[in-house]
Ligand binder design. Structure first.
Ligand code: PLP
Length: 454
């Protein structure tokens, strides 16, 4: 029997329905209170001024009863949709039993590790260990930094331009965006950001872009005057999310893995945004048959939005003794059972294939629009992870165009997000449970918004 209801039963409705000006009066009331009490750091409602009431599947409802189609899934968290009943049923049962268990064994914990072993890339299954740490992606990245340093004795970290790995001190050091870190320097010493292959931005061929990146990494590691004395590892996103949904050419990751192997340092593949079916494979590394040495995961792993992170790593790196990596929140059992249920839901409903098919449909529509819209300079992505890059008339990155498109989409009930160093990329990462009808209706809105806005 299939696990839980079919995807078309998960949502409030197929089409969005906006019946008030935005924000509506009841949303406005909460937005005003939030402005009064909440931190100045609050960001999303500044771009999407709505107050949420309920969410189901790929639909969100605001306090005024307007229903939106969700094309960003809480930034890649709600892969099996909001309030998926198959996930929530087990989570609620677990909430009644116990919630917080440090790292004592529980059935949910073991089941989740077993499930991760079922879906992990390459030969990771059965050759790996899993460590749970703090609940965020940044926590997982901190764990990877400690793990790499501990095992290699090195402290030099290699990352890439355009990277986003999180906001805590170590993760922020690996993150490339200057705006996130300029007020908090110095960061960790000896972090090097090398070019990520981004042929569109670099204006070169795919082959040249990969050569340029790999040569830079090799030079850093192998040139006696390369400058990095004690390397500990290489951190890479298999597809850069925040950096602009940049899909590197296929040979980049395999060649990077070779360089890491030859230099005896781990390759840490950050699957925090690209993992759990987002790209139409369990992990983006699967697209290019690369087995990470270390794989941090977060976001969708908790199944229903409960925070959880985990890092999977090769057995040989399992050198920590008891307490080698610490933290209070290492045993959020409802999130763990949520993760198990979400993986089962994806398996039983064949959502990887669905994500591939729906993503191709969306990118095909965008490419059709791009034929008549020269200001769309690239359409890229894998599965339900899509980026559409905009430039102005002079060919410069155009964040204003994306802002205008996002606003027009919202007015018609479709929520989309942005990415890229200048906000010039329209980023779509809808729940994998979005139906074909919803995708078609949503795409009609987005295409119209593009045609209207630029
Ligand atoms: N790594 C990647 C690739 C991410 O996209 C993110 C968040 O967007 C992080 C790490 C950090 O995760 P968190 O925001 O949960 O700390």
């Amino acid at each position: 029997m299939a696990a839980g209801p079919p995807i078309h039963e998960l949502h409030f409705r197929e089409a969005p329905l906006v019946e008030t000006d935005l924000p509506g009066p009841r949303s406005q009331e909460l937005l005003e209170k939030q402005r009064e009490y909440d931190s100045g750091a609050v960001a999303y409602p500044k771009n999407v001024p709505i107050a949420l009431e309920e969410a189901r599947g790929a639909t969100l409802r605001d306090r005024d009863g307007n229903t939106f189609l969700d094309f960003f899934a809480g930034i890649g968290v709600m892969n099996v949709g909001h309030s998926n009943p198959y996930v929530l049923e087990a989570v609620q049962e677990q909430l009644d039993k116990y919630v917080h268990t440090l790292d004592f064994p529980t059935e949910a914990r073991i089941e989740l590790i077993e499930k991760l072993n079922e879906i992990a890339p390459g030969d990771m299954p059965e050759n790996s260990k899993v460590v749970f740490g703090g609940p965020t992606g940044s926590d997982a990245i901190e764990a990877t930094i400690k793990l790499a340093k501990y095992n290699t004795g090195g402290d030099g970290l290699i990352a890439f331009r355009g990277a986003y790995h999180g906001g805590s001190a170590g993760a922020l050091s690996l993150t490339a965006g200057k705006a996130y870190k300029k007020d908090y320097t110095p960061m960790l010493p000896d972090v090097q950001h090398l070019p990520y292959p981004n042929p569109v931005q670099q204006g070169i061929s795919e082959e040249e872009a990969v050569d340029r990146s790999i040569d830079a990494v090799r030079d850093m590691l192998e040139n006696p005057y390369g400058g990095l004395a004690n390397p500990a590892g290489i951190w890479v996103e298999p597809i850069q999310g925040e950096g602009g949904v940049v899909v590197p050419p296929e040979d980049f990751l395999p060649r990077l893995k070779e360089v890491a192997e030859e230099n005896d340092i781990p390759l840490i593949v950050d699957e925090i945004q690209a993992g759990f079916g987002r790209t139409g494979q369990w992990f983006a590394s699967d697209w290019v048959d690369v087995t990470p040495d270390v794989m941090p995961m977060a976001k969708a792993i908790g199944g229903c939005g409960l925070p959880l992170s985990a890092t999977m790593y090769r057995d040989e790196l399992d050198t920590w003794g008891p307490g080698g990596h610490i933290g209070t929140y290492r045993g959020n059992v409802p999130a763990m059972i949520g993760g198990v249920r979400a993986i089962e839901y994806i398996q039983e409903h064949d959502l990887l294939a669905h994500a591939r098919e729906l993503g191709e449909y969306m990118r095909t529509r965008f490419r059709e629009v791009a034929e008549d819209t020269p200001r769309i300079v690239d359409v890229r992505g894998k599965g339900l992870f899509t980026g559409v890059e905009f430039a102005d008339e002079d060919g410069n990155p155009d964040g204003d165009a994306v802002k205008a498109v996002r606003h027009a989409c919202m007015e018609d009930g479709v929520l989309v997000w942005k990415a890229g160093p200048h906000g010039q990329v329209l980023r779509l990462l809808p729940p994998l449970v979005m139906t074909r009808d919803q995708a078609e209706i949503g795409m009609d809105v987005i295409v119209e918004a593009i045609e209207e806005s630029i």
